[in-house]
Design a protein around this ligand. Structure first.
Ligand code: ATP
Ligand code: MG
Length: 219
C-alpha cells in the first residue's frame, strides 16, 4: 500500500517521548513511503485535563533531542500556542492551510482509535486528512480498528487489504507493525521509582529525565 510522498502526523502527549512513538513513526513512514513524519505534542490533551502533565516546552525539548539525527522525523510546534485543550480537529484545520489533505496521514494507535468517537467533531477528521491506524499491544478488549470503522465511519468500505475508502473523504489505512510494548505511563512509573528506563526511551531522553528529575513526584 505504497503512497509516494506525503506527511505523517503523529499527535500525542509525549510525556515523555519513548521508543514506541519512534517505532510507530518509522514503521508508518516506511510502510507508506512518506517523506516525513511530524510529531505533534499536545498543548493540553483534552482527555488528560485532570492530570498534571509536564510542561509543553520540556516535552517538546525531549522530542527535539531525540529527533536530532533523523531528518525524516520532525518536531511540530503547531499546538504550542493553543490556549486550553488541543483538539485534533482544530490542529488539522490549522495544518490544512499549508498541507494538502490528500498528502497528509494522521497516525493513531489502535487504543486511541478505539476512543475516537469521543473526540470533538471526529467524523470530520477524514475530510481533512487520511487516517492511519497502527496496532498497539496490551489493548485486548478494546474495539478493534475494523469494527470501529464499521461502527463510527459507516460510509467506509474495505477496498483492499488494510484500506478503507469512502466517496469524497480521506482513506483509512491499517498499518500492521511489530508491536512495541512501551507506554509513557510505564516510563513515568519506572522513573518515579528510580528504575532503569534506558531500554524504553532514547538515551538522550533518559539523560534529560534524570538531569531534570522528571516524574520523581507522583503524576
Ligand atoms: P500515556 O501512557 O501517557 O497515555 P502513550 O504511551 O499512550 O502515553 P501518547 O503520547 O498518549 O503515548 O501517544 C500518542 C500516540 O501514539 C497515540 O495515538 C498512541 O496510540 C500512539 N502510541 C503510543 N505508544 C505506542 C506504542 N507503543 N505502539 C503503538 N502506538 C503507540
Ligand atoms: Mg496514551
Amino acid at each position: 500500500m505504497k503512497v509516494q510522498g506525503g506527511i505523517g502526523l503523529l499527535g500525542g502527549t509525549f510525556d515523555p517521548l519513548h521508543n514506541g512513538h519512534l517505532a510507530v513513526a518509522r514503521a508508518v513512514r516506511e510502510a507508506l513511503t512518506l517523506d516525513q513524519v511530524w510529531l505533534i505534542p499536545a498543548s493540553r490533551p483534552p482527555h488528560k485535563l485532570h492530570y498534571p502533565i509536564t510542561s509543553f516546552d520540556v516535552r517538546a525539548a525531549m522530542i527535539r533531542l531525540a529527533l536530532a539525527d533523523d531528518p525524516s522525523l520532525v518536531l511540530s510546534l503547531v499546538e504550542q500556542d493553543t490556549n486550553g485543550p488541543s483538539f485534533s480537529i482544530d490542529t488539522l484545520e490549522r495544518l490544512a492551510v499549508s498541507l494538502d489533505a490528500r498528502q497528509s496521514y494522521f497516525i493513531i494507535g489502535a487504543d486511541a482509535f478505539a476512543d475516537i468517537h469521543s473526540w470533538k467533531r471526529f467524523r470530520e477528521i477524514p475530510r481533512l486528512t487520511n487516517l492511519v491506524v497502527v496496532n498497539r499491544d496490551g489493548a485486548g478488549n478494546m474495539c478493534q480498528p475494523a469494527s470501529c470503522i464499521k461502527k463510527h465511519f459507516p460510509d467506509y468500505r474495505l477496498t483492499k487489504e488494510g484500506l478503507y475508502q469512502a466517496m469524497g473523504q480521506g482513506d483509512i489505512l491499517l498499518v500492521d507493525m511489530s508491536r512495541v510494548d512501551i507506554s509513557s505511563t510505564r516510563v513515568r512509573t519506572l522513573a518515579r521509582a528510580g528504575d532503569d528506563i534506558s531500554a524504553l526511551v532514547p538515551l538522550c531522553v533518559a539523560a534529560e529525565i534524570r538531569r531534570q528529575g522528571l516524574y520523581r513526584l507522583a503524576i
